[in-house]
Design a protein around this ligand. Structure first.
Ligand code: ATP
Ligand code: MG
Length: 585
């Protein structure tokens, strides 16, 4: 599908209304054409022939035409404006739905500012096209052609002379179109880039402040601002070059009329009234010519925006919902990784991972930073698809399960906590907004969040700022944990969820997790041995590979990486206690 066909698929539902609007515009244009005829009649019949009794009638006719045109203009504009808003509403909705379907790969590569520009500035160019440009172009073409035909009916020779301007106008139009296109592409790119910069800087303003980089950022912003201004100016340079050309061509028409028309009147080939009539048509010929430059400008803005939106829209997610998905309302939570490998951008991230856990078991995952812990969890949720091997849940490949059902069964407290700007209750109840408050409270108690939430001025109704501003790191983690718990999942993933809470709170949370329904398989990704030592299975990752797996005791006996980490975290303390006892203090 081409971008224009895609655009038309939205507009076509409103074809009837649009055609009706254009019919009204046709009436408006035809009524405009009557004016010069009446003016000609006033000169020929009233002034020259002395039929003064015709004057009141002709004036009344002019008044009626003016009122009628006003009414029709109002009606047609309401039609085009509502059509444009309806098309935009559906288009925004469709694009937004598609954005929500996109996978992690898409968001990893796209800049938020770009996506925002598609939904704002680009959409507005489309609105302007439907609400204004379509009928303006139609009206101009119609009026121009109609006026030309009328001039032909008055005097063929004069009309032919005036037609000499047309090939010139055509050539100038082509030239403006060709030269303007790259400029509009550049404008959209610069606009997106400026948007991205502003969005990133506003989100990251705390980092900017912490590093006192305000001046540096202002410098960078100025570059972006300059870039956008220059792109707009480059486009303006094009139309400022072409608009006077069209102006010149339209004035050429006046020149032709004055020169050829006057000679014809003097030579008696045309009446003075006909001259006045043609003069009346003159603005109807000149005005469309003058407007061509502006409308090409609008049309190019529109086509560029449609192309940009469609390019984003048409990107298909790599992680797809299977056509014949196996229905799975409630999964048991058995998980198996069978020889799983994953690579992204030609980089091998996970290598031949194998492990198996039964429903209700707890799996601890330990490994150095960047060893692939979060990636393994992402593969389980199908945020990415494995490159090789299989991820099985309840013995079935996750690729065969319905994607949304699978994720509905997984509760995840992500490493990078994101809270919506909503109340704390709204954030915790994100998966089940209609659940009773007691359940929200129960989840908060389990995540040890209830205490600090109640101490807040408005308790559970406290609005959490964007990205959870106003809460400490550990508080955000606990709200995120409560949100995952409320889902009552078959598989619970805690990716570094207790890293920012103290040991006492962590131990409380672990005790609470033990009281969970035994059907829930829990994955705990952590650096602290204390977070995972009681797990049924511990996976130790290094460079995308499982280098050790077993229970705490087995791994300690194994005396590998896990035992080293254990000694680092506990060894010094035990030595200290021994020394303390030995010294008898
Ligand atoms: P940490 O303990 O710091 O959270 P981690 O063990 O969770 O680290 P991952 O986030 O799984 O590590 O990342 C493992 C490696 O894979 C990193 O080197 C990361 O840069 C890379 N990586 C992860 N996802 C992608 C991706 N989609 N595209 C490219 N590289 C990726
Ligand atoms: Mg991680």
């Amino acid at each position: 599908m081409t971008p224009m066909k895609w655009f038309y698929s939205f507009l076509k539902k409103h074809t009837r209304r649009m055609i009706f609007g254009l019919v009204l515009v046709t009436f408006i244009s035809v009524l405009a054409i009557v004016k010069p005829i009446v003016s000609g009649s006033i000169v020929d019949d009233v002034i020259m022939a002395g039929q003064y009794e015709l004057l009141p009638g002709l004036i009344a006719l002019l008044l009626m035409i003016t009122i009628l045109r006003g009414l029709l203009r109002y009606l047609s504009q309401v039609i085009f404006e509502t059509c444009s808003q309806d098309v935009l509403y559906t288009m925004r909705d469709t694009v937004y739905r598609k954005l929500l379907q996109e996978d992690f790969n898409f968001y990893n590569k796209k800049r938020t500012g770009d996506l925002l520009s598609r939904q704002t500035g680009d959409m507005d160019a489309i609105r302007h096209f439907i609400a204004f440009v379509i009928y303006q172009v139609y009206e101009h073409v119609f009026i121009f052609l109609f006026a030309l035909v009328m001039v032909f009916t008055v005097n063929v020779k004069l009309a032919l002379c005036m037609c000499l301007v047309l090939p010139l106008a055509f050539l100038v139009t082509l030239s403006q179109k060709k030269n303007g296109r790259p400029c509009f592409q550049k404008i959209r790119e610069q606009f997106s880039s400026l948007n991205t910069f502003v969005q990133e800087n506003i989100s990251g303003n705390r980092v900017v402040k912490a590093f006192s980089k305000e001046d540096y950022e202002i410098g960078k912003f100025n570059q972006e601002n300059d870039g956008y201004r220059d792109a707009e100016l480059a486009a303006a340079e094009i139309w400022t070059k072409y608009v006077p050309l069209f102006e010149f061509l339209s004035n050429l028409l006046t020149l032709i009329l004055m020169l050829v028309g006057s000679i014809m009147v003097i030579q008696g080939e045309m009446t003075l009234g006909s001259y006045v009539t043609v003069n009346g048509y003159l603005w109807m010929l000149m005005n469309p010519l003058r407007q061509i430059g502006w409308r090409i400008n609008d049309i190019q803005r529109f086509t560029t925006s449609v192309e940009k939106i469609y390019a984003t829209y048409s990107e298909e997610p790599k992680v797809k919902r299977p056509a014949n998905a196996i229905p799975c309302t409630r999964l048991r939570g058995d998980v198996e990784f069978r020889n799983v490998s994953y690579s992204a951008d030609d980089e091998d991230i996970i290598h031949h991972v194998n492990f198996r856990v039964k429903s209700g078991q707890t799996v601890g995952i330990l490994g150095s930073t960047g060893s692939g812990k979060s990636t393994i969890m992402n593969l389980l949720c199908r945020f990415y698809d494995v490159t090789d091997g299989e991820v099985l849940v309840d013995g079935r490949n996750v690729k065969d399960l319905d994607l949304y059902n699978l994720r509905q069964n997984i509760g995840m407290a992500m490493q990078d906590v994101f809270l919506f700007s909503d109340t704390i209750e709204g954030n915790i109840a994100y998966s089940r907004p209609d659940c009773p408050f007691e359940e929200v409270e129960k989840a908060a108690v389990m995540a040890d969040a209830d205490g600090f939430i109640r101490q807040m001025p408005e308790g559970y109704d406290t609005i959490v700022g964007e990205r959870g501003v106003g809460l400490s790191g550990g508080q955000k983690q606990r709200i995120s944990l409560a949100r995952a718990l409320l889902k009552d999942p078959s598989i619970l993933i805690l990716d570094d969820t207790t890293s920012a809470v103290d040991m006492e709170t962590e131990s409380y949370i672990q005790d609470q997790l033990r009281t969970l329904d035994r059907d829930c398989t829990i994955f705990v990704v952590a650096y602290r041995i204390s977070s995972i030592k009681d797990s049924d299975l511990i996976l130790v990752l290094n460079d995308g590979r499982i280098v050790e797996q077993g229970t705490h005791d087995e791994l300690i006996k194994n005396n590998g990486y896990y035992a080293t980490v254990f000694r680092h975290q506990y060894g010094e303390y035990e030595k200290y206690v021994r020394e303390l006892n030995a010294s008898g203090k």
